[in-house]
Design a protein around this ligand. Structure first.
Ligand code: SAM
Length: 245
């Protein structure tokens, strides 16, 4: 099926993604709640429980496509404010909102904000105990490059966790979900930000992303071991896990 959205190759895709998140940065958090009907909070909580961050100051997490900091804040809180999280994003507008939020929450001491591309991480090999990415990897043009960078910067014994929209595996839910995402989400987006196109892009990018099994295979291909996944809400989202052993 075509939904009137054009195919975009590598560099052009990244430009489009950057425009989308630049436009929505200030409204991103509220849009997240609207688009996922609040469910992203439960999925993110489940991701943090799966990670179970160590409660020690030396524990270092890299949160890629970290945007406005949601995942990093949760990790720092769950570690009893011991862990250090690096929030990396390609978009300065999203990071700006995140840094402001961090100040308000008095979490700045546990956080570093870095503007960079997931495909080329500006870190030494074996720098982090965990690598997290939530609702980010489908925006990256070269997913295989992002995954091998994840592998490179993790320490031995380090953990990869990827939370992403995935393939719905429940017969009725998939149709409700289609109706919701192709009609309601762009409409809401337009109502809140004055522009439907960024949300059309978001919905379309979810359709194009590999399903659970295929994505697990890509993670193994990048070198990770013990790769597993858990579906949330009938597969609307899935959490993939892998280890650098
Ligand atoms: N992780 C946050 C969350 O769950 O709320 C933000 C997710 S937001 C849907 C996707 C983020 O991916 C945006 O902030 C965008 O700027 C970022 N992004 C897109 N392409 C990227 C790339 N190549 N490298 C790093 N970040 C990227």
């Amino acid at each position: 099926t075509s939904y009137g959205f054009r195919e975009v190759p590598g560099g052009e895709k990244q430009d489009l993604v950057n425009q989308v998140f630049h436009k929505v940065a200030k409204r991103y958090d509220i849009m997240n709640d609207v688009m996922s009907m609040g469910m992203h909070r439960a999925w993110k909580d489940a991701m943090i429980s799966a990670l179970n961050p160590r409660k020690e100051p030396g524990y270092r997490v890299l949160d890629v496509a970290g945007g406005t900091g949601d995942i990093a804040f949760r990790i720092v809180e769950a570690s009893g404010r011991q862990a250090h999280a690096t929030v990396l994003d390609i978009n300065g507008s999203m990071l700006g909102v995140g840094a402001e939020r961090a100040e308000k929450k008095k979490l700045s001491g546990n956080l570093t904000f870095v503007e960079a591309n997931a495909e080329e991480l500006p870190f030494e090999p074996a720098s982090f105990d965990a690598y997290t990415i939530a609702f980010g990897i489908r925006n990256v043009p070269r997913i295989d490059a992002a995954l091998s960078e994840a592998y490179r910067v993790l320490k031995r014994g380090g953990r990869l966790l990827v939370l992403e929209f995935s393939e719905v595996d429940m017969p009725l839910l998939d149709r409700i979900y289609d109706a919701w995402s192709f009609n309601a989400i762009p409409q809401f987006g337009k109502a809140i930000t004055g522009d439907a196109e960024p949300y059309q892009y978001l919905v379309e990018s979810i359709r194009k992303f590999p399903n659970q099994e295929n994505f697990a295979a890509m993670i193994r291909q990048a070198g990770f071991s013990r790769v597993t996944y858990t579906n949330y809400t009938g597969g609307i989202a899935a959490l993939h896990s892998g280890w650098k052993l």
